[in-house]
Design a protein around this ligand. Structure first.
Ligand SMILES: [Zn+2]
Ligand SMILES: [Zn+2]
Length: 102
């Protein structure tokens, strides 16, 4: 697994993932606020959209969330009368068979 790296937006120094202040320039990192539900957190929390409501925030250039592909519809199950028709057909064949035997 590749560990994510985080850099100070001000001086470019690499900082810890959960750092709130840049150790080099001392700048406080701005938090991101979700415009939809108002949840505020570090930009890292929003890398895949708002952790609360899922709203995707374009700030800090997070990777585009992968949209779920619409899965092809599964074949509809056979209606109940299909089973009835098959059952009746089999029963009819059975009757014909019995009659031919008897
Ligand atoms: Zn910095
Ligand atoms: Zn939200």
């Amino acid at each position: 697994m590749k560990k994510p790296h985080f850099f100070c937006e001000h001086c470019g120094a690499e900082v810890r993932k959960d750092a709130r202040v840049c150790p080099r320039c001392g700048r406080f990192f701005s938090s991101v606020k979700c415009p939809k539900c108002g949840h505020a957190g570090m930009p890292d929390d929003f890398s895949f959209g708002c952790p609360v409501c899922g709203y995707a925030i374009a700030a800090n250039a997070p990777p585009e969330p992968i949209k779920p592909q619409p899965s092809p519809l599964p074949a509809p199950p056979l209606p109940w009368w299909a089973f009835l028709a098959v059952g009746l057909t089999l029963m009819g064949l059975l009757l014909v068979l019995l009659r031919s035997l008897g």
